[in-house]
Design a protein around this ligand. Structure first.
Ligand code: SIN
Length: 342
């Protein structure tokens, strides 16, 4: 009797199902000629065309594509953040989807990535990618970045690592990554801390993991009412006018991008202390771009009613302050705990 040998052969493994959510950006940008890498319109090319420019994608994953927005990411809004976070959560909660890739503009990518890092409630991979050159440019970087992002989203190694950014072959943690060049193709770094790993030629390699809690272990949500949180900067000759106007406008939270280790010009510091005394949450960060802001270091935070940002940039400190205030954390000690934790 002939017994089938095929019954003992392993069935071919189904490809991971990856949702690609497009939001616009230079990766979807178009210029009048191929040599133009600065004067172009961002966010005009649709997700189907972005995917069509990437050979070999269908050998890596089954792609489900959605156009969430078509914006230049300088125009990212709190409302769109809520929509995006909701859609990512819905997709990752589905048994039909194994991971998500989001194409985004580079300008505010680090803010969206950190927001999702704290509000996506899934251990499945969630990867952001982007491009510095428009899709129409000579040597456009978008297609390879997108291929690498899908490769990363389809990998088991990316699960449970929080929201990641795949850019120029590197894998960055959403909390650490920052745009560091206005023009270079290698525009993203994780200052002070470094990338988590690499993705290249279909291979994913992590060298380390992020330590701080994120995604399923973070208590935040991007649904509901957003508080008003703004950023002010300390510099030579800065006046109190911006803080006073923002307090008069009803601001709930202020992040100050201080000099050095978060030091603040005397008059500005006084106006921020007065704002804190009126119940405005004040977070002291640094405009330097790397390093950390030590609590009670360059300013006496506890005496002034300030929270220190630690290693978060002013832009990411604003994201955390938005989420913490929205979650009802208003007392200074609770907010400092959130900044020390997330
Ligand atoms: C944008 O952020 O949407 C424009 C710039 C870019 O993507 O590089």
């Amino acid at each position: 009797m002939n017994t089938s040998t095929s019954s003992s052969a392993a069935a071919p493994k189904a490809l991971p199902r990856i949702a690609v959510l497009a939001t616009g950006g230079t990766i979807a940008g178009s210029a009048a000629d191929a040599a133009n890498t600065a004067g172009y319109q961002a966010g005009v090319i649709g997700v189907a065309q972005l995917l069509a420019a990437v050979p070999g994608l269908d050998a890596i994953a089954q792609i489900h594509a959605e156009q969430i927005a078509s914006i230049d990411s300088k125009d990212m809004s709190l409302a769109l953040w809520s929509t995006l976070a909701q859609r990512v959560n819905d997709l990752l909660a589905s048994d039909e989807i194994d991971g998500v890739v989001i194409t985004h503009g580079t300008d505010t990518l680090e803010e969206t990535a950190y927001l999702l890092h704290l509000t996506v409630k899934s251990a499945k991979p969630c990867i952001l990618t982007a491009a510095m050159r428009p899709a129409t440019a000579l040597s456009a970087d978008g297609p390879l970045n997108l291929l690498n992002a899908v490769t990363l989203a389809a990998s088991e190694a990316a699960a449970g690592q929080g929201v990641l950014v795949a850019f120029n072959n590197r894998i960055h943690c959403a909390r650490d990554v920052a745009k560091v060049s206005t023009y270079a193709v290698d525009a993203f770094q994780s200052p002070e801390i470094g990338a988590l790993g690499w993705v290249q030629d279909g291979r994913v390699e992590f060298q380390r993991r992020a330590l701080r809690p994120h995604t399923v272990d973070a208590p935040f949500t991007a649904a509901g009412q957003w508080p008003m949180v703004e950023i002010v900067t300390s510099y030579a000759g800065v006046s109190r006018a911006a803080v006073e106007a923002l307090v008069a406008a009803g601001v709930d939270g202020l992040v100050v991008a201080g000099t050095g280790n978060g030091s603040i010009h005397g008059g500005l510091q006084q106006s921020l202390a007065e704002a804190a005394a009126k119940g405005v949450a004040v977070v002291r960060a640094s405009r330097v771009g790397s390093g950390h802001v030590m609590h009670n270091g360059a300013a006496k935070d506890d005496a002034l009613g300030f929270v220190s940002s630690g290693t978060l940039s002013p832009y990411k400190a604003r994201v955390l302050l938005l989420l913490a205030l929205a979650a009802g954390m208003t007392d200074t000690a609770g907010l400092q705990d959130a900044f020390d934790t997330y």
